[in-house]
Design a protein around this ligand. Sequence first.
Ligand SMILES: [Zn+2]
Length: 435
Amino acid sequence: MHKQRFLSFFYTLILAAGVWSCVNAGQITVDYIDRDPVVWNLNYPLKVSFFGAFVPTEYELVLMNGEKAIFLTNKKVIVSSTNLTITASYPSYLPYPLDERLMLKLWVPAIKSNVVTAVLVQDMSPPELKVIAVSPEFKKGGSALVVFEARDSNLKKVIIKDNAKKEFYPQPYICEGYYMCFLGWYVKNSDYAAWIIASDEAGNMSTNKIPLNTKDVKYLVGKVELGKTFEKDKTKELGLPMSNLQGIDKYAYYREQMLEKKKVNIPELASIHPEGIVEMFTVKAFKPLLKWRVTSAFGKVREYFFEGAKKSESIHMGVDMANEPKDTIYAGNGGTVIFSGYNGGYGNTLVISHGMGIYSMYGHCTELFVQVGETVYSGDKVGTTGKTGVASGDHLHFGMLIQGVYVNSEEWLNPYWIKTNITQVLDKAKKSIKK
Ligand SMILES: [Zn+2]
């Protein structure tokens, strides 16, 4: 029953098509083609779309090589009223045209007229890729920098993809054809590899594996004892009535209350990729406190204990540093504040974007001195340390992210690491670019 109805509908369509084939010039208006110029590697099929007011009739795609017409299609094509998509191949029996003046035309035999014309550019070669400088060592959980060259007369897209399928967006650097990109090795992934992938308008693609000197790092397991004042502190911090929580899991209760106050997903927020060309870029070691001792290292698997029992476990995605209670926190590098507020287990949190896909975050603060959208400069006072969120005592949780990946922030505190893995890599790249 359904099938019959469908078939009769289909016959009606064919009938309509027959009537419509007596078209006149005014019935077809093509507003635009999906691209102009059309860039094509003649070895592969070409797919182009036209948009406008179409009638069901015969359309032909014609390649004009100077005065010579090469018909790429010679059949009736299926058309919707607003869109016509044609896939065509270059005739295998013809030599490739050498003429530079190539045009692509949409020819309608019924009205003996071209309804749209576009310039056609032959592009038979894939983009050329060359790594010109890279950080000497890439540690598990850490960061690395790569500077490379990507060239193609019709370059469309350049990305870096790693073995965990994370995509990093490179930043055009100094002049056309050069890019820099920071990479982040997510600490939960046991090995690392990354490829530069470039494609052009004709669909030609190149892939180049980045020569990274990867190094495994063993991260430790540690215990975090949430002290006796935890319950009192959290009740006050979260604005809860003094609880009478007998026989329930207090830790789970406070954690839930904190998560309810979680406003943003930091990795998502810190994944905005850079755009536009950058001529100059420098970064120095972060120095969030004037002096500190590390109380918990990055990458540690931490088991949280409250009232003698293990309550949860997580990988530490930053470094804990402590000095005096409510110590002043400084911005180590300039940037823009992208988050300032309470955020779940990190308590009062600040996230600063430094450009190039680099982000720094500051957790468990008492006070935050800057607001979202504010520009901060190196050395600005941005907040004070504390124990808001899940914290066992007054400290700063200092985290770093590269395009949404939490990376080992201890590297970014180390001037020697900055010098050898960033500054010297950029110096080497600059020499090669300016040649
Ligand atoms: Zn921490």
